[in-house]
Design a protein around this ligand. Structure first.
Ligand code: A2R
Length: 310
């Protein structure tokens, strides 16, 4: 008999098809309100994505839940504490997306500094014939501050090193690496040309990049965010960009996806991407494989390949 899995998020077809083939899949909303209590009984696994909210309330309504598998590395939307209290395991998909996210961070940095989206519009709109495109900001050799030197942050540092950049970082504690450490994000921002956010979400990082940090980064500074939208105060960012207190920003993540702050949409000095850093065929396939491997291991009573850390 197939095990029942509750699916509360949109997943790529390549994953959904295999999920439907191997399990009895029940589709529900993040609140699960539309599902009757008797339907929720017997559900042993829940599948979500990196943007999903899985509340203590939903967990409570699933009396037989044993595992929550997340398609994504970020799991700040999952109430892990509520799951742990019930002995429910939580898994995610680290490592397999690190290269793509790091590649995309560099894409955003180069694209923002060199104003590539604006340059594309300039050519298409025939403005080249009236004169040359304005000069842009050099990237190679500049100072890069990384907020969150984890798997993705380190992969970004590796790439930035090839651009002869001077790297420094902020985290909760120094990591014993060669790059200078800053205990304060504001001090890091004041010491660099570009500030790159690669931390996850949650209460401890909420609005870590606020108006004060942006002012420390300064009018020639560039902010890149591939971590979580909640880390940056988006209204303060829009204001700093509009007032020229910051040179530019490149964002793949937003506070209220899929709705970037309305003011950002009218600004020319921000490069916007629809949370696509890990969205390549190769990586989404690897993330799908890892998600299914976690689910299969759970039902086989084997160790989970990638549980979330304690
Ligand atoms: O503080 P540490 O040493 O645990 O470093 C982690 C850092 N971090 C923080 N830094 C400052 N303040 C905090 N409250 C805080 N919480 C965590 O973020 C670590 O260096 C980094 C996270 O790295 P990993 O856990 O290796 O995650 P990974 O794979 O690099 O992905 C990062 C995030 C995901 O959570 C997604 O939201 C996004 O990138 O795609």
């Amino acid at each position: 008999m197939k095990s029942t899995v509750l699916k509360v998020a949109r997943l790529p077809d390549m994953l959904s098809e295999r999920l439907y083939a191997d399990y009895d899949v029940l589709e529900g909303s993040e609140s699960g309100e539309e599902l009757e209590a008797r339907t929720l009984r017997g559900i042993r696994a829940l599948i979500a994505n990196g943007e999903s909210r899985v509340s203590a309330g939903l967990i409570e309504r699933l009396p037989d839940l044993q595992v929550i598998v997340v398609f994504g590395v970020g799991y700040d939307g999952i109430d892990v504490e509520a799951a742990r209290a019930r002995g429910i395991a939580v898994t995610h998909t680290p490592d397999v997306l690190t290269d793509d996210v790091a590649d995309f961070a560099m894409t955003l940095l180069l694209g923002t500094a060199r104003r590539i989206a604006r340059a594309d519009r300039f050519v298409r709109e025939g403005r080249w014939q009236q004169g040359p495109f304005p000069f842009t900001r050099k990237v190679s050799g500049k100072r890069l501050g990384i907020v969150g030197l984890g798997r993705i942050g380190k992969a970004i540092a590796q790439r930035a090193a090839a651009f002869d950049m001077q790297i420094s970082y902020h985290g909760r504690r120094p990591l014993g690496v060669d790059y200078p450490y800053y205990a304060s994000v504001t001090e890091l921002a004041a010491a660099v040309d570009f500030l790159l956010v690669a931390v996850g979400g949650g209460d401890s990082t909420h609005h870590m990049v606020d108006a004060g940090v942006l002012d420390a980064l300064g009018s020639q500074g560039i902010l890149i965010n591939v971590g979580r939208g909640s880390v940056v105060d988006e209204a303060a960012l829009a204001q700093a960009l509009a007032e020229g207190r910051l040179l530019g920003a490149g964002l793949d993540v937003f506070e209220d996806e899929p709705r970037p702050h309305a003011r950002l949409l009218d600004l020319d000095n921000v490069l916007l991407a629809p949370h696509m850093a890990s969205a390549t065929w190769d990586t989404r396939r690897a993330m799908s494989d890892l998600t299914l491997a976690n689910l299969a291991a759970h039902f086989a009573g084997e160790p989970l390949p990638t549980p979330v850390p304690d």
